[in-house]
Design a protein around this ligand. Structure first.
Ligand SMILES: Cc1cc2nc3c(=O)[nH]c(=O)nc-3n(C[C@H](O)[C@H](O)[C@H](O)COP(=O)(O)O)c2cc1C
Length: 287
């Protein structure tokens, strides 16, 4: 039985989730959005999964494009798991619509609450010591349900949120892909190229041993969070400064920035584009 899980991840929460679900369903291939969509078809798969973060009340644009391009088996059991902090918006509906165009249905949807990854805007919250064990419990539940091919209706955006979507999200959508205008490196940059290799949108190109950002950014923070020398700095975009102030005040978060990535996902894990997860056997075949 062929099982395949496609994922997008900036700071590792979604990659960690994809890997654990793959284990729970008895093994699966996990495939990064960094692969060329045309080469990773699922037309002969029996179980197909999509795992990604919620960005701006939706799924990351690059993942949307990727899902649109892959060929799938419309008769497969199809699930979607998002990682998020508070607002799911239309993330599940987006994927359900793309699947509908392919003649397929979304059979299962669940969202996993995680640590906020948006460190260019506000400090990571809630605290890792609380969220990492809680995340684990939620993933275990999702894994159990998916392994028995449970049908679960996916969460939808409320009509109130739908009415507010453009007003609230408009400022961020306008600067989407351009968060990277505020990124720069300081003299700690060694030109190692880790940032280029972990970027899920392949937005970074090394030039003269320094990263250059090419405005196809989703603000995922992978480059910032995984830089081994913390050499990547950022100026928070204006639209985010306002969000920053509101969230910090509301949640009484400190003003200072802290880099976050999932503690068990290392830069090297994000660099592997395809990986066969084999449960109860630590042998993983990469390619
Ligand atoms: C650019 C950006 C936008 C985000 N937008 C939302 C959002 O609309 N709703 C929400 O609940 N979380 C939002 N988050 C938080 C992430 O969904 C969450 O931290 C997720 O687990 C990150 O996954 P990753 O570690 O796999 O990249 C956002 C994070 C980023 C970086």
């Amino acid at each position: 039985m062929k099982k395949i899980i496609y994922y997008f991840s900036g700071t590792g929460n979604s990659l960690y989730t994809a890997g654990k679900i793959a284990e729970a369903i008895g093994g699966a291939e996990i495939v990064s959005v960094r692969c060329s969509a045309e080469t990773v078809s699922a037309e002969d798969a029996d179980i197909i999964g999509f795992v990604c973060p919620v960005y701006e009340w939706d799924i990351p644009g690059a993942f949307k494009e990727f899902i649109g391009k892959i060929t799938i088996n419309p008769n497969a059991y199809i699930f979607m798991v998002t990682t998020y902090i508070a607002v799911l918006g239309k993330s599940f509906e987006t994927v359900a619509e793309i699947l509908e165009e392919k003649g397929a249905d979304l059979h299962y949807g669940r969202a996993i609450r995680c640590v906020a990854s948006q460190c260019i805007a506000y400090p990571p919250f809630p605290p890792e010591r609380i969220m990492i064990p809680y995340m684990e419990k939620q993933i275990e539940k999702a894994g159990r349900e998916i392994s028995t091919k449970t049908q679960r209706d996916y969460p939808r955006m409320s009509s109130l949120m739908r009415r507010r979507y453009h007003k609230v999200m408009g400022p961020y959508m306008k600067i989407e892909k351009e968060y990277d205008k505020g990124f720069y490196t300081d003299d700690r940059c060694k030109g190692c190229g880790v940032c280029e290799k972990v970027c899920p949108t392949q937005n970074i190109i090394m030039q003269n041993n320094r990263p250059t950002w090419n405005h196809q950014c989703h603000g995922c923070n992978a480059c910032v969070a995984y830089c081994p020398t913390k050499a990547i700095q950022f100026k928070t975009p204006q639209a985010y400064k306002e969000l920053d102030t509101i969230i910090c005040k509301m949640l009484r978060l400190p003003e200072g920035r802290k880099r976050y990535h999932h503690p068990l996902i290392k830069a090297g894990d994000l660099m592997v584009h395809r990986k066969e997860i084999v449960p109860n056997d630590n042998k993983a075949h990469t390619g």
